[in-house]
Design a binder for this molecule. Structure first.
Ligand SMILES: [Zn+2]
Length: 464
């Protein structure tokens, strides 16, 4: 035992602990919410409290770096109280909140401060923040980084809400040198409306609003491909970290491969819905599946899996972006007018694990994609996403071999609508711990709201 052993206040033990050396029997020694050491069971000091996972897997809490919480301003869509409960139930111990669809959108220092104040006392898990780049706000970016955002999101197409306008190349030419200097990433919603010849898919969708095929055709792969080509070019020019969010077009993957081989600071993520649904199976009129870019064909999804497996795609995040059932146009089934966004924060882990398992990937792979790499991406790589000395004791007790069916009664998002409803998944989250404290236990939540706002400042994480 090391000299620090007298400070250890509790241990988490189990036969399947995901350590740096893979799954093995181990004890995680914790003091004040931090992992002090990972040792063999015989090295657990006497007289401390022990949480025994038995045969359950102990994995690091997930870090979901793409979540739209929408508070303040659109809390009727989703808010921090409900989102962080759902996160805890889904084994997610850190979220990174998107700069929209809250009101005001997080594109100024003042708006960021308003959000930080509005969410006081609501967090059940830890939360970091992305800012937004919109036309004309390049003068705000540095102050927002100093206040603690971990990077910035922008759109190259209408964002869905008018108060978060999309940027064009000229706006990026102003913002990217600033972000490059500050060393923070630019997250890009990469779709660009490149027009059409003759047949107008947007008109066709208006005429056939319930048709998923018509919706899919209205947002072609080319929109993504063109947008990704543009930002890759700018990444090269400004040497600014660029990250493609929710990549869906398999045709864009060779550009990501090329950027990596050119050693550009260029990465891409994908989401559970692109990996676990296929356009061929989506019922007409079922707008729970509407998101942008759209869920594409099975063949496309297979290529995304391959890219995830070989590291072309860096990691998997939920892109949880719910709204009210009314705005989802559930009754009308209108893919043209419905809000585009999928509610999935709570089910990312079991959805991805179920399909990963069937494809021969391991739970360790899933943890790398959903905890370790996302933590590193959000600047939390020395604090979150691994079970190792010095890391936060954010832990999940998972029954990886037990299955469950997603039912409305066990959905903890603000609204129960999710396209995952009715699916049977492997991977039941039994308990979730945030910095050593149990926040979720077999369907029950602790009352505490000890989640922290994680604010990065000049390379240091400041915890409020
Ligand atoms: Zn999003």
């Amino acid at each position: 035992m090391g000299a620090h052993s007298d400070r250890v206040d509790r241990a988490f033990v189990g036969r399947k602990v995901l350590t740096e050396a893979g799954f093995r029997e181990a004890a995680i020694l914790v003091a004040n919410g931090k992992i002090m050491d990972v040792v063999s069971l015989s090295d657990v000091p006497a007289g401390i409290s022990i949480e025994d996972a038995g045969d359950l897997s102990i994995i690091p809490g997930l870090v979901d770096s793409h979540v739209h919480v929408n508070e303040p301003g659109r809390t009727e869509w989703e808010g921090f109280h409900t989102a962080t409960r759902a996160a805890a139930a889904g084994g997610v111990t850190t979220i990174v909140d998107m700069p929209l669809n809250c009101i005001p959108v997080t594109t100024t220092l003042q708006a960021l401060d308003q959000k930080l104040e509005a969410i006081e006392g609501l967090l059940r898990v830890d939360c970091a923040f992305w800012g937004g780049v919109v036309p004309g706000n390049h003068g705000e970016l540095e102050a927002m980084v100093k206040r603690g955002v971990v990077g910035f999101k922008c759109f190259l197409i209408h964002s869905g809400i008018d108060d978060f306008p999309n940027v064009e190349e000229k706006d990026l030419r102003l913002a990217m040198p600033i972000l490059a200097r500050l060393g923070v990433p630019l997250l890009v919603h990469a779709e660009m409306d490149c027009g059409h010849n003759g047949h107008d898919p947007a008109e066709n969708l208006k005429k056939n609003p319930k048709s998923y095929a018509a919706f899919l055709e209205s947002r072609p792969k080319k929109w993504e491909n063109d947008a990704i080509a543009l930002v890759k070019k700018l990444c090269e020019e400004f040497n600014c970290r660029v990250h493609i969010v929710h990549l869906s077009s398999s045709e864009a993957l060779p550009m990501v491969v090329a950027a990596k081989s050119e050693k550009l600071p260029f990465t891409a993520e994908t989401c559970p819905h692109y990996l676990t649904f296929a356009a061929e199976e989506i019922p007409n009129g079922d707008t729970r599946f509407k998101c942008a870019p759209p869920i594409r064909e099975k063949e496309n999804s297979d290529l995304l899996w391959k890219a995830l497996g070989d590291g072309t795609l860096e990691f998997v995040v939920s892109d949880h972006s719910p709204c009210t059932p009314q705005l989802k146009m559930m009754d009308e089934g209108d893919f043209d007018k419905a809000w585009g966004g999928i509610a999935s924060l709570q089910f990312g882990l079991p959805a991805v694990w179920t399909f990963a398992k069937a494809k021969g990937h391991t739970l360790q792979d899933v943890s790398r994609w959903m905890s370790e790499k996302t933590a590193r991406f959000a600047g939390l790589g020395e604090q979150k996403g691994r079970i190792a000395r010095g890391y936060d004791a954010d832990l999940v007790f998972l029954d990886a071999e037990e299955t469950f069916v997603v039912e409305k009664k066990n959905v903890h998002h603000k609204h129960k609508e999710t396209p995952h409803e009715g699916r049977r998944f492997f991977g039941v989250v039994k308990k979730t711990f945030l910095r050593g404290e149990k926040i979720f236990d077999d369907g029950k939540f602790s009352e505490s709201t000890n989640g922290r706002k994680l604010l990065q400042s000049q390379g240091e994480t400041v915890k409020l």
